[in-house]
Write a protein of this length. Sequence first.
Length: 164
Amino acid sequence: MKLKPLYTLRFRYPEGWEVKLRDTADGENTVTEEEHFYFAEGKCEGTISGVFRGANHPHRRVDKAFAMNMQGFIKTDDGTLVMTDYRGYGRSEVLVSQEHRFRQIVGAAWHVTDNGKYRWLNDVVCAISGEVRRPADIPAEQLRQEDTELVLDVAELVWEPATP
């Protein structure tokens, strides 16, 4: 198998909400799980280019990983509507340098459209590799949701014969 790059998606969450589920059985108020809901807005560029809109409703596990569950659409530059479904994980935060801090994103993507030009996407499974970029110059307590940018590289998983 090989990967064929399709597009890079850059987006932000202009609005979002969360519910924190706490385990109070031991007398402490420890966060054990979280449910989130975010509206997403952005742009994708590449083989598929256009405006992106969507909603992510990830679950944050007790190990702090996010389970991405995002549906939306790309309105291509030529006016085609391509529905999207992204699933995957937002892994733990990595501090690369004082200027660059991010969370890894890995996952899979599916697309659906009725336009003949893009119909080949309907049977394609894609891989996602990306990151959540938080500015290091803004203290965590002052960070707003819209300060964070998410960048996803989406590539077609190209079928090849299995190894004999």
